[in-house]
Design a protein around this ligand. Sequence first.
Ligand code: RIB
Ligand code: NA
Length: 299
Amino acid sequence: MSNILVVGSINMDLITVLDRFPKVGETLLGQTFTTALGGKGANQAVAAARLGADVAMIGAVGDDANGTSALNILKQEGIDISGIGVKQSMSSGIASITVAESDNHIIVVPGANFALSIEDIDAHTALFEQADVVLCQLEIPMDCVLHAAKLAKKHQATFVLNPAPAQKLSAELLSLVDVMTPNHTELKLAFALDDTASDEEIAQILPVHMQLVMTEGANGASHYGIDGKRHWNAFKVEAVDTTGAGDTFNAGLAVYWSQGLDVAVERAQAAAALAVQQLGAQTAMPTAEAVSVFIQAQA
Ligand code: RIB
Ligand code: NA
């Protein structure tokens, strides 16, 4: 099984479910309030661990109750948390999430996630030595993402970048990415493309070494490479909460990457389809067996 190192964020998600989103200045009564572990880094680590990978994580929490419970949950999931530091006198990251109208709004306050440093990463280079895949997102400082990419290259691990939340990426970072997994908005911002860019134009601007898998939510996923574009439809399911669906897809892609693009995309999409069927990012993230059962049931 693959060995995955996630260098990324850890948040406590504060989830409110209500009928519809409030208008500016409006007060509404919600239906339920739940707290659950989140953060794109922690979500991808947990999803990969459930799928059977050996997972280690480098990141940071604050010295508060949220940080303690985040570490406990990650440990219970079988994740190597030796690379996660506790930042003194800082709050752990939180995400205020509103779920309504079959969609969500998310506000992230990074807290300790933004205190992660290059020195923190360098203290755990042994984790890069054992990794097949290094998986990053953009909820930690950009210099840490770049440093993780360099260490991945140095130790011959595949560097997978989920460029979320959306932002423009430097040419240096792009030159180090083996696999990039943006959605449409993230793709445009990452490469500073204008809104009218066609599929052909997208394929042309990709660095030759890079494989790009664009996630398209309920519409599936597309791969862009030197041989053009390929598309896969998504599995049709009734979504309860899509928070973390992208994270589950990314974890699946990383875990199954060595089995080839078709297997990786199919299993990543199946994992995401299962994950969206319950409230919370991590609640319904499936095991490898559940993914196999789901795929067989579709055939
Ligand atoms: O991708 C979903 C995640 O984004 C949530 O868990 C939230 O913490 C934010 O980081
Ligand atoms: Na979910």
